[in-house]
Design a protein around this ligand. Structure first.
Ligand SMILES: NC(=O)c1ccc[n+]([C@@H]2O[C@H](COP(=O)([O-])OP(=O)(O)OC[C@H]3O[C@@H](n4cnc5c(N)ncnc54)[C@H](OP(=O)(O)O)[C@@H]3O)[C@@H](O)[C@H]2O)c1
Length: 280
């Protein structure tokens, strides 16, 4: 799979497999995704939505089949207490920096590895601005990045103004941003432009689930016909061509193949502009 390169020189596979909401099927689906061709896995140390330990089980099984951990890109997240239930992977009353370190160590244990490729703050503590806890988390993540135990750090569910504040004041700017991507907001254009300014890789999720009216539209169906592909493939290819790194979480073997099979066509600049404004 082709890769995109972060500003600190790390290659990330250009399509990522997401492991949310897979529950007990997580291990089996991660194995299927990797044997189907995905080489980047996204998870989180947050039992409400993810089974990180089952991702780790899949990694052990894949290693036995000759696919070692270092051939894969592993990304996981620190989820603050307000995004967790009672099953926090850290002491919820410990100082925030200890929570981050405990969560990180627990992720390494779950994933049977001694380093991460990418460690992400699941979301700022508040929707507006960055507070003391956000900065304590970020400083701790910077330390982990400086130590080499994670190759990069990133932030998710972030607004354009929060990202500007982070980039202005952080010692290490995020290498990646992971956001829900609504076509109605020109596919999160403000945050994407912000990422471009700072050389940050933008990862988009909910490209399909948040934009059903777009991939079902006659305009996108016509493009699918023109390129002898599906309308979902048009959306993923569009995402890659505008510099986005898409995520998919499909649980279907055929869909995995289809989602990966998007390199054989390229949309024209006019078609890209048309899709960008389709729902605005
Ligand atoms: N940072 C965050 O807060 C956050 C939040 C949400 C998600 N995420 C990450 O993003 C990942 C992806 O989440 P998502 O919301 O984008 O996707 P998702 O929940 O996996 O939804 C994708 C949907 O698209 C369908 N689909 C995919 N390929 C298809 C194809 N070729 N044909 C027909 N249907 C297809 C899937 O159905 P089938 O299963 O039937 O294919 C599924 O219903 C998650 O697993 C997680 O890792 C992060």
């Amino acid at each position: 799979m082709h890769t995109v390169t972060t500003y600190n020189g790390i290659d990330i596979p250009a399509f990522m497999y997401g492991t949310a909401w897979k529950k007990d099927a997580t291990a089996q689906l991660v194995q299927l995704a990797v044997t189907s061709g995905f080489t980047a896995i996204d998870t989180a140390n947050q039992l409400i939505h993810y089974q990180e330990a089952l991702v780790g089980e899949a990694l052990l099984a894949l290693a036995e089949q000759g696919i070692p951990r270092n051939s894969l890109f592993l990304q996981t997240k620190f989820t603050p207490v307000n995004g967790q239930d009672h099953r926090t992977p850290y002491d919820p009353v410990a100082p925030v920096s200890s929570q981050v370190k405990q969560s990180f160590e627990s992720s390494l244990e779950h994933l049977h590895t001694d380093y991460l490729d990418s460690f992400v703050l699941h979301g700022p503590y508040s929707r507006y601005g960055l507070g003391k806890d956000d900065w304590e988390v970020w400083t701790t993540m910077e330390e982990l990045c400086n130590s080499g135990r994670t190759k990069m750090i990133g932030i998710s569910n972030v607004s354009a103004s929060q990202l500007t504040e982070l980039c202005d004041k952080a010692t290490i700017k995020p290498m990646i941003v992971q956001n829900r991507c609504y076509a109605a907001m020109a596919w999160d254009k403000e945050v994407r432009e912000n990422c471009q300014t700072h050389g940050i890789i933008y990862q988009g999720f909910s490209l399909l689930t948040a934009n059903q009216e777009v991939w079902r539209s006659s305009e996108v169906l016509d493009l699918a016909k023109q390129y002898s592909t599906g309308s979902i493939q048009i959306i993923f290819r569009y995402a890659q061509q505008i510099g986005m790194l898409p995520l998919t979480g499909t649980g279907n073997k055929q869909h995995m193949k289809e989602d990966l099979d998007i390199q054989h066509f390229s949309l024209t600049p006019d078609q890209i502009s048309m899709i960008e404004l389709l729902a605005v």
